[in-house]
Write a protein that binds this ligand. Structure first.
Ligand SMILES: [Zn+2]
Length: 305
């Protein structure tokens, strides 16, 4: 069996590991996390991926490299369509480019890319909170907001590979419009992601740090107003997904999901938006794998849902 390497590219950090079989699932071996290059462009991302692969694969060897990226990817998991927080990556055939770069450095690799939330959903299904489920949603709450959706035991990719991008659900009212980095407007990500929350906090003289804003909300009116608006928007997004998908569970993942008490706060808010028959079956869970989920899912893209 060839070596399987999973890499998860985020707005702030990149995590990587070789993924090894472990009972019915997989486990990441020697997971490392490095800072995302400040340039945030394709050459710097390719170089970061190369370094992480060369730490795990010997020159002259063959391996599979799966890469989760925070944005839109085409249906055959080869071309980046839109990375909202990066530059010059849109339209780039990243799988081919990275594979050729690795070849030049002595590694023969099959490379596949996928939306990072889809990778997290695959990971949670293989050995995390979605084990054994056929219909579920994994929502990643962090710098951006994403989701990976599964129905009838299959990851929903859509006609063009772009399905399930819940950060771009248009849940904001006309008076709440900003301009989403995807090119659209009125999106969940603008209303609720840590990235946008921190930007707004900084303009208001609050710390540009989600955890700090979350912890201040009991004493500070501005911090409370910011987090309330964010929670309500996320709750509307989750309720919309439940109505469309009727999932067995919605699983929260990403940095924001680890804020103490956020699951309970969201559960209460989602209830009021749900139709009555959906309320008793609504199940909101926390990721069991944390940041490993997307790495495990990425490494498994050669044999995914
Ligand atoms: Zn958007």
């Amino acid at each position: 069996m060839i070596k399987k390497i999973g890499i998860d590219i985020g707005g702030h950090t990149i995590s990587a590991a070789e993924v090894l079989p472990d009972g019915d699932g997989f486990r990441p071996a020697a997971l490392t996390t490095v800072c995302t290059p400040q340039e945030k462009d394709m050459p710097s991302l390719a170089a970061a991926v190369r370094d992480l692969v060369l730490q795990r694969a010997e020159r002259g060897s063959r391996c599979f490299v799966g890469i989760g990226v925070p944005g839109f990817v085409n249906r055959d998991r080869s071309v980046i369509l839109r990375l909202t927080n990066f530059h010059g990556c849109d339209g780039v055939p990243a799988a081919l480019l990275i594979s050729e770069d690795l070849e030049e450095h002595g590694i023969s690799a099959e490379v596949r890319i996928e939306n990072d939330a889809n990778c997290a959903a695959l990971g949670e299904h293989i050995c995390g909170a979605a084990r054994g489920m056929k219909d579920f949603a994994v929502i990643t709450l962090g710098t951006g907001i994403g989701s990976g959706l599964a129905a009838n035991g299959r990851l929903i990719t859509g006609s063009h590979g772009m399905a399930g991008e819940c950060g771009h659900l248009a849940v904001c009212g006309e008076d709440e419009y900003y301009r989403c980095m995807c090119g659209g407007a009125g999106h969940l990500e603008e209303a609720a992601s840590a990235g946008w929350l921190e930007k707004r906090a900084s303009e208001m003289g609050l710390p540009a740090d989600f955890r700090a804003i979350w912890e201040m909300r009991g004493q500070n009116d501005a911090a409370r107003a910011l987090t309330e608006a964010s929670l309500n928007a996320i709750a509307r997004g989750i309720a919309s997904i439940c109505v469309m998908l009727d999932p067995e569970a919605v699983i929260l993942s990403g940095g924001m999901s680890r804020a103490v008490g956020i699951t309970e706060e969201l559960r209460t808010r989602v209830m009021k938006y749900l139709p009555l028959p959906v309320r008793p079956v609504f199940k909101l869970l926390l990721s069991e794998l944390g940041s490993s989920a997307a790495v495990i899912g990425a490494a498994s893209l050669d044999a995914s849902l």
